[in-house]
Ligand binder design. Sequence first.
Ligand SMILES: [Zn+2]
Length: 315
Amino acid sequence: MKKILLSAVALLMLFSCQNDTTESTPSADAIAKRGCASQEVLAAQLKANPSLALRMNEIEAFTQKSILTGRLVNGKVQIPVVVNVLYRTTAENISLAQIQSQIDVLNQDFNAANSDFNQVPSLFAGVKANVGISFVLEAVYRKATTKTSWGTNDAMKIASQGGIAPTSPTTKMNLWACTIGGGILGYAQFPGGSSSTDGVVIDSKYLGNTGTAAYPFNLGRTATHEVGHWMNLRHIWGDATCGSDLVSDTPTHNAANSGVPAYPSYSTCSGNPVEMTMNYMDYTDDRGMYMFSNGQKSRMAAVFVSGGSRASFRL
Ligand SMILES: [Zn+2]
């Protein structure tokens, strides 16, 4: 079990004292292991803007209070999605069919309608969640570029740097599709950050489940994972050895898992729990991840309740 009731002081430390961790960076051509830069981007944003930690602490306190009081969103939340495509090559200028396939995957994964949902082991049957949030493609904007890769410094979101500025980021989720590079499949901005950079970035080679989507990240789960961050979910290992993801019904993981681990995979953390390697917020290959937990669902729902940091998305 994890400590979910962290004090404000502990949370301040959590958000303020993160080290800049350097991830292994295989060549962009052959990514062997999942790489998500959300936590590193957050660390950089916290460094540049100390008030962000305060705002995120408030969001965390609100989240825990909403979960404890059961004040979670009941009605359906539907997220309009704006996709911003930046391309140098024709392959990077991904088709509408590929973009729509990503929206379809999000709708399946967030509504327990994915075909592999029934593969969730019986051990986790009681906590596997139907999140109940849906997505609808609102618009696609495309822009040619001479850049071969964009990195993780948000340049793709800034028009003066050759990117595309977000459209109505307080009422629409913006998704940038471009080549990121550095072994990074995608990254998201957590709730609380600047609306001018709000949204998720997905490398176009790992977007959707058709077209240029490349094995083993060819089932659209990179976006499922990143949208999880965008809705305030942490990595299941808490970005630390036996760290906390601020969710009570997920087991404590040693570290990130990759590939498709054989089940059961035991943690060496306290109590040696069986790890929930099939959770979307781990680092496995796309075919290895197929569930959110109820605790994660509660964290995401808290973002959308009245007073929540993304309440403006409610219909
Ligand atoms: Zn991540």
